[in-house]
Design a binder for this molecule. Structure first.
Ligand SMILES: Cc1cc2nc3c(=O)[nH]c(=O)nc-3n(C[C@H](O)[C@H](O)[C@H](O)COP(=O)(O)OP(=O)(O)OC[C@H]3O[C@@H](n4cnc5c(N)ncnc54)[C@H](O)[C@@H]3O)c2cc1C
Length: 367
């Protein structure tokens, strides 16, 4: 095996994809933890979410958005499916003067980024999406921001990897560093009844990653719970993902089926939904599109987004032999996972990280 990847969320699969494309032999180690973020994601490919004009990750996020259609095409060529991708645009809407002020400020700086966007007056919002609440004041429409159905996207990448010869194994003993007889540092782990040794490993264990640069110090990553629900709403026909200035959004999922999201909760390792969380989501969605008042819930779930202490991703070598990290993708892992995995894999293969991800090196972590 040339490389072993620990974790099969989008960070792990995205990294595995890049190595597989480069002709490397890849093994992905899995352990099914309840609350995997990637399966729970809404799949909106929004590069601006929680980012201002000077956010360090913005150029990378925009570049990941631009490359997404290519990525989907690559997956389609091998698997024959569309990975749940649809590009019907994203619309942010404002209902109060304060929200309009926030949107106008966003519009001013975002139009300089090169991402296609259009300011919509009230009647233009309603013309585009008649279901949106009539008290809407204005909106920003991003025609090039699509979405994937996250479980389909992950399944497609997995099929892609299997077809390309990548191995998936359930981990029975977590990797631990060992020194072999020649004094070379390696990792030993157990999977499928066998014990393996590996030189290079990429850890993509999301919120469960215990990495910290020093022993007995709390881990650098923690979970941020996000709840979401899927509803059936035959009376409403939305084409576009509609997002409030705050955290409520409605994503067209399948015919007459919508995903409503989402909460952002620092509530530890509790990957379950709560009545309060689901009510907040429903209220937020109804404020956007009143017809959702009579929507019927089909499913609900919660996922644990991995966040680092400085809220930025952590990508690169940890300093312990051939151990690498890709983590802290927080609210944008579906958008960023494959692009960051590609950059990390280049860095590992060339033994030098690309400049663009150097600021996210684990080396920046001081206790
Ligand atoms: C409700 C919600 C909505 C979201 N919406 C969006 C969105 O619209 N757009 C977007 O871009 N992002 C979105 N996200 C964020 C996105 O889901 C995350 O950023 C991303 O999934 C993180 O991927 P990951 O691979 O790092 O972590 P995870 O997906 O959590 O994967 C970590 C994996 O590691 C495994 N693991 C843990 N411990 C071990 C171990 N010891 N050995 C082996 N494997 C292990 C876990 O089982 C899991 O499979 C959303 C998240 C949530 C919860």
């Amino acid at each position: 095996m040339d490389i072993v990847i620990v974790g099969s969320g989008i960070a792990g699969l995205g990294t595995a994809m890049a190595f597989t494309d480069a002709g490397k032999k890849v093994m992905v180690l899995e352990k099914k933890m309840t609350g995997e973020a990637s399966q729970a994601a809404a799949g909106i490919l929004d590069p601006f979410l929680e980012r201002g004009p000077r956010h360090p990750l913005l150029p990378l996020a925009i570049s990941a958005l631009r490359k997404f259609p290519q990525l989907i095409q690559k997956i389609r060529k091998v698997t024959g499916g569309d990975a749940g991708y649809r590009c019907a645009g994203l619309m942010y809407v404002a209902f109060t003067p304060a929200e309009e002020k926030i949107l106008r400020a966003k519009y001013r700086w975002q139009k300089k980024t090169g991402v296609a966007l259009r300011w919509l007056k009230r009647h233009e919002v309603v013309k585009r999406e008649p279901g949106v609440c009539g008290s809407v004041r204005c909106g920003i429409y991003y025609p090039g921001i699509g979405r994937v159905i996250a479980p389909d996207f992950l399944r497609s990448i997995r099929t892609y990897l299997i077809k390309k010869g990548c191995l998936f194994r359930t981990v029975s003993r977590d990797p631990r560093p060992v020194t072999d007889q020649k004094g070379v540092k390696r990792f030993m782990f157990g999977a499928g009844g066998n014990t393996y040794l590996a030189a290079d490993m990429v850890f993509t264990r999301g919120a469960w990653e215990k990495y910290s640069p020093k022993k007995n110090v709390r881990p650098w990553f923690r979970p941020v719970r996000g709840q979401a629900l899927i509803v059936r709403m035959p009376r409403c026909k939305l084409m576009t993902t509609v997002h409030s200035v705050r955290s409520a959004y409605v994503v067209p999922w399948q015919k007459s089926v919508y995903l409503l999201g989402s909460t952002v909760e620092f509530s530890g390792f509790r990957p379950h939904t709560t009545r309060a969380g689901l009510c907040r989501i429903r209220d937020g969605a109804q404020r956007l599109v009143p017809a959702f008042r009579s929507a019927r819930m089909i499913r609900k779930w919660a996922g644990l987004r991995p966040i680092s202490r400085d809220r930025l991703p952590v990508i690169g070598r940890t300093g312990a032999g051939g151990a690498y990290l890709l983590n802290g993708l927080y609210r944008s892992g579906i958008l960023l996972g494959c692009e960051l995995g590609r950059l990390l894999s280049h860095g590992i293969m060339r033994r030098k990280m690309p400049k663009i991800i150097e600021p996210y090196s684990p080396g920046r972590i001081k206790i």
